[in-house]
Design a protein around this ligand. Structure first.
Ligand SMILES: *Cc1c(COP(=O)(O)O)cnc(C)c1O
Length: 370
């Protein structure tokens, strides 16, 4: 079966006369539980929930390893950090990994006796792997859309006795299957393209080794980092259209990136799907789709501001991966090593021609404001 078909059907129960295709959310904190607790599939709402089980079955099938749902991408991130790196160990991260993931490692792991290395580039990353317990990469990274070679890094990590964690948020499992490429852990903020409707905050982790899944499950149960059934059900409902959404969004991203690249008023355009992107060959070898995010740079903060203000179709917002095209001037947050006119754009499911017309008029206004 092709990926597109698997995505539509993943995690749905077998056909049963009179039953819905996807059962609705189960709202339960307690379940009937008489006698021996082991005799009941569900006991208490912090331990498990049938709605989680269905979504996790879908993710397990698509990721290729046992998956657990968490209430946010950061809850998934910290669960992995807390269970897979021990005091005295070393965590090596790419310096452009998600800002809050790097912050949480510094603020919560370092005081617990874990060495955290933030590697400035791929060479420094490789150099810090010997002696590490966990190697952490985000690929494509955001907002700079750097590509890291998952196969090569997993081989280097394995040789050093380390685990490779891939933050797979930007491509989603529909665009890159990190475990199949050799990663030990694939984690994602499902808040972004996996859910894709800008209405849910959620995350998940999928792992190669069932023993790691068990450690994560115990962590989730004991710390109570659990998602609500409604959010998980919305995510599962949204997952069915992931392939169709990605197809449109990634085609729009390539169309917009190609168009932006030809504009003299755009200083640089970053998209791994562009043949001149430095990571293009690796991206082609490891991704099914190049993702919905395109970054580009205008000459100044004023130009970027005028561009976003003039666009009728770009919702100015943080986050990415939704149905609606959105964008923001990243330097407004601080924290990213980007210029004042740097814009991260997330292409949605609109028609490409409407987007290009809108971008053209917004760039004219931006040029006037510069
Ligand atoms: C958004 C994001 C996260 C954090 O996810 P939340 O769902 O906001 O907690 C982690 N990694 C990446 C790459 C992200 O974009």
């Amino acid at each position: 079966m092709r990926d597109a078909t698997r995505i539509v059907r993943a995690g749905a129960p077998p056909a049963s006369q009179g039953a819905p295709f996807l059962p609705g959310p189960t709202f339960a904190s307690v379940f009937h539980l008489a006698g021996d607790p082991a005799s009941a599939p569900f006991q208490y709402g912090r331990f498990h929930n049938p709605t989680w089980s269905a979504f996790e079955a879908a993710l397990t099938e698509l990721e290729g390893g046992p998956a657990l749902v968490f209430p946010s991408g950061m809850a998934a991130t910290y669960a992995v950090m807390a269970t897979l790196v021990a005091p005295g160990g070393r965590l090596v991260m790419t310096g452009d990994a998600y800002y809050t993931a790097r912050g949480v490692a510094q603020r919560h792991l370092v005081p617990r006796g874990i060495e955290v290395v933030q590697a400035a580039d791929a060479v420094a990353l490789r150099a810090a792997i010997p002696g590490a317990q966990v190697v952490w990469v985000e690929t494509p990274s955001n907002p700079l859309l750097e590509i890291y070679d998952i196969r090569a890094l997993s081989a280097a990590a394995r040789q050093a006795g380390a685990l490779l964690v891939v933050d797979n948020t930007t491509p989603t499992v529909g665009g890159q299957v990190a475990l199949a490429l050799g990663a030990d852990v694939s984690l994602a903020s499902d808040t972004k393209a996996l859910c894709g409707h800008s209405d849910v905050v959620l995350g998940h982790v999928a792992v190669r080794d069932p023993a790691h899944a068990e450690r994560l499950r115990v962590w989730r149960t004991e710390t109570g980092a659990i998602a609500g059934p409604m959010e998980v059900w919305l995510a599962h409902r949204s997952l069915g259209s992931l392939d169709v959404r990605l197809e449109r969004m990634c085609a729009n991203a390539l169309g917009v990136a190609t168009w932006l690249q030809a504009r003299p008023d755009v200083l640089q355009t970053l998209y791994p799907g562009l043949p001149n992107h430095p990571g293009h060959d690796v991206a082609r070898a490891q991704m099914q789709r190049f993702g919905p995010v395109v970054s580009f740079e205008l000459r100044s903060a004023a130009a970027a501001h005028a561009f976003l203000e003039s666009s009728a179709l770009i919702h100015e917002a943080t986050s990415f991966g939704g149905l609606h095209t959105s964008g923001e001037r990243r330097a407004r947050w601080g924290g990213d090593p980007v210029g004042p006119g740097f814009i991260r754009l997330s292409l949605g499911c609109e028609h490409l021609d409407d987007l290009l017309e809108d971008l053209a008029q917004a760039l004219e206004r931006a040029a006037a404001a510069d």
